[in-house]
Ligand binder design. Structure first.
Ligand code: GRA
Ligand code: FAD
Length: 664
């Protein structure tokens, strides 16, 4: 039934694809968001695939740090030109999945498109937007989001860069008073961008008003040289994303016009009057938006990892399952299925969660534009929780997929090293995960207390109003969701009780909070997991389509639920929402789901519809010709250019000529 069945592949994959009992194209359409979107993505992909400019002259792993950066900058600029020619919005391209694989490591302009531009549109007033967006559209301005400093990333109130208003000249003076005030990390800041949205402590008339955003020119628009009063550079090699151009920035009493403060929410008038925003955290708005986007990005990264791991597991044969019989495909081992299939279910869970938080983001921001800020705290908690959950699930998932490929998964040519570094960075940036979990916990505990005082709660936490009473022995999807609610309720009420007990012993609230923060993290994660499970169940219930596709979705959803009940069984047992017997029944069901889903695994990942160029992996290629590709890729190593390398003559031969004085 697969649309790709006619393309040649090794017999193992052919056999897998023949087992397919659902319409692959239908599942592809569902993941793309409709037939039209699939068609658009493929059209964009065909434009991209035919571009010779995207071919790397040599595998980037063998390039120097500088050449890798320059190669990715070349491709990202080529894309801008190409999209211009084709009249396609570049952000449409980047968000369409068609762009995956063009840039091998990191995009020096990613932060420009996905963090800087949203900052300008979300934080500046209409007049400012008009001026700056015109320059952005005409490529006069490329920018970054410069918030983090050497000394502070998480604690924004601790930022040290100052923006002091000079009423005489109607300018702000930007300054980096200490070494720790140095801006550190912003993507593209090193040598790519010429502007930045800079977060700095606003001072007017000697008073500090906290962090605010400023539009700051850093480099000359013609020569690209850094301007006097600005010191710029790159921060050096990183764990991954080495081509993002992450940079540092220092200001020495650098002056910018008053109107370069982003003034949609807060303003400083000419006479120095400070006009407050309607909500104190509106200047953190860009972060909310980017966190929402991370859920989708990490889902796509996990899609790539499971595609590679599943195809490889169908091709790879190892050991004996039944003594004397041929070596089975490793995908036949239950333990291998348990590594891979829950990750496939996770892709769908993250996919539905991403859609729901994107919808929530647009509806809440529309309300905020009308002046209603009441839903912002819930959106902040939801986006923080989903960012943290998706980043950690996807990173763990990518690593599990790598491990599932044995030794070959450790090769750069499997593409796992890059996929992993690209996924795990999301645990750190846009709010370190632990810190975001604690933000979620803060919201949950506040909500729980508010309900205890008789107040109504917002939708996503409404179940914390009163002790949920799940029906014993009901193991249906709805029954499990009720059990989840009861388990989270118990975690939250126990944790809140413990905070109170610690306070009652004389500890102040903040110390009590810290002493309970391990439990608080658990509450936040369990609450967010419940949200994801609920979205999965509801979206699958609502899914339209043929029975066989619905069956795949239902089985994946059930696998997700049973897996997460099993992983967190202690919480369900402690709350009494599930019995030991229930857990045993669910774990058995989980094992049979592995068996049920196994024959469909290759076709499900085929539905993610990545081509070989996008996966960039010897292990994940469509045709399964894994060993030849691994061999060919190894031959590209510069060390293989000669039989005897230069280093032999320099180091090894002299050593061998001396010989050991004593025998070991
Ligand atoms: C840690 C927090 C969340 C809070 O810290 P704080 O300053 O101590 O907070 P506070 O003043 O005591 O206020 C707490 C209060 O502020 C609320 N709040 C916090 N953040 C938001 C928000 N975004 N929207 C709406 N409300 C927000 C919280 O809910 C608290 O409210 P409450 O007091 O409970 O009513 C915040 O400062 C923060 O977000 N830190 C993380 C920094 C971060 O995300 N940096 C991102 C840099 S850009 C980047 O990494 C780009 C990567 C791009 C890429 O390559 O893709
Ligand atoms: C690849 C990459 C790209 C980035 N791009 C940008 C960018 O474009 N622009 C930009 O401005 N920044 C950027 N950053 C910076 C990033 O946003 C910060 O690194 C991040 O917000 C974490 O802050 P930190 O580094 O200060 O970590 P810290 O806050 O110092 O965290 C260190 C440890 O302390 C813990 N910790 C901190 N506070 C608390 C707390 N209150 N309670 C409990 N534990 C706590 C954390 O959990 C963590 O374990 C980027 C970072 C990376 C890695």
């Amino acid at each position: 039934m697969s649309s790709h069945e006619t393309r040649p592949c090794v017999p193992d994959l052919k056999k897998e694809r023949l087992k397919c009992d659902f319409n692959v194209e239908e599942l592809t359409n569902l993941i793309d968001g409709g037939k039209e979107k699939t068609a658009l993505r493929r059209k964009l992909r065909s434009v991209i695939s035919s571009e010779s400019a995207y071919i790397d002259p040599i595998p980037p792993e063998y390039m120097s740090h500088e050449d890798q950066f320059s190669n990715e900058l070349r491709k990202t600029c080529h894309t801008a030109m190409l999209m211009n020619k084709q009249n396609i919005d570049i952000k449409t391209l980047q968000l369409s999945k068609a762009y995956i694989g063009v840039l091998k490591d990191g995009d020096p302009l990613w932060v420009h498109y996905h963090v800087f531009i949203p900052s300008i549109t979300g934080q500046s007033d209409p007049e400012q937007q008009k001026i700056w967006m015109e320059k952005i559209r005409t490529w006069k301005i490329f920018g970054t989001y410069a918030q983090t400093e050497l000394g502070h990333g998480t604690f924004l109130r601790g930022l040290e860069t100052t923006a002091t208003y000079d009423r005489e000249t109607r300018e702000f003076i930007l300054n980096s008073p200490t070494i720790t005030a140095t801006k550190w990390w912003p993507g593209g800041l090193g040598h790519t961008v010429n502007f930045a949205a800079v977060m700095a402590q606003l001072y007017v008339g000697g008073k500090c008003y906290g962090p605010h955003m400023f539009m700051v020119q850093l480099r000359d628009e013609n020569t690209h040289e850094s301007l006097p009063g600005v010191t710029l550079g790159e921060i050096g090699p990183r764990f991954g994303l080495n081509t993002n151009g992450n940079g540092f920035l220092r200001f020495d009493h650098y002056r910018i016009p008053r109107r370069n403060m982003l003034m949609k929410h807060a303003q400083v008038l000419e006479d120095g009057t400070y006009v407050k925003p309607s909500h104190s955290k509106l200047s953190y708005g860009t972060m909310v938006r980017v966190r929402v986007g991370i859920v989708r990005d990490t889902c796509i990264q996990l899609q790539q990892a499971v595609t590679i791991a599943t195809r490889y597991s169908a091709v790879r044969h190892q050991s004996e399952l039944i003594p004397g019989e041929p070596e089975p495909q490793i995908l036949d081992y239950q333990t291998q299925q348990f590594k891979i299939l829950p990750q496939i279910s996770s892709v769908f869970a993250l996919f539905f969660a991403a859609n729901s938080v994107i919808d929530a983001y647009y509806s809440v921001t529309a309300q905020m534009d009308l002046g209603d800020m009441s839903l912002l705290p819930e959106l902040h908690a939801l986006s923080s929780g989903l960012k943290a959950l998706s980043a950690s699930d996807a990173s763990r998932g990518v690593e599990i997929c790598r491990l599932s490929c044995g030794g070959h998964g450790y090769l750069a040519s499997s593409n796992f090293p890059r996929l992993y570094t690209q996924t795990t960075c999301a645990i750190t940036y846009e709010g370190e995960n632990t810190v975001l979990w604690l933000q979620v916990a803060r919201y949950i505990i506040k909500s729980y207390r508010s309900a205890q005082n008789g107040n109504n709660l917002k939708h996503s936490v409404s179940y914390l109003s009163k002790q949920p009473r799940p029906v014993r022995g009901d193991l249906s999807n709805n029954g499990l969701l009720e059990a989840f609610k009861a388990a989270v309720f118990k975690l939250v009420s126990d944790t809140e009780g413990r905070i109170q007990r610690v306070c009652a012993k004389g500890q102040n609230y903040h110390m009590a909070w810290n002493q309970c923060s391990l439990q608080l993290l658990k509450c936040a994660e369990a609450h967010t997991r419940f949200y994801v499970c609920e979205q999965f169940v509801r979206k699958v219930e609502m899914a339209k389509g043929t029975e066989n596709v619905k069956k795949i979705l239902k089985n994946l959803c059930r696998l997700y639920l049973t897996h997460h009940v099993s992983v967190n069984s202690g919480d369900f047992l402690k709350s009494g929402s599930l019995s030991q017997n229930d857990i045993a029944v669910l774990e058995e069901e989980m094992c049979s789901l592995l068996e049920v889903l196994r024959p469909q695994a290759v076709s499900i990942v085929d539905a993610f519809d990545f081509d070989d160029g996008q996966l960039n992996s010897c292990l994940g290629c469509w045709d399964g010709d894994v060993y030849q590709r691994l061999y060919d890729e190894a031959l590209k190593s510069p060390l293989n250019k000669t039989d005897v390398p230069e280093a032999y003559y320099k180091y090894l031969r002299p050593l061998m000529q001396v010989g050991l004085k004593s025998s070991l």
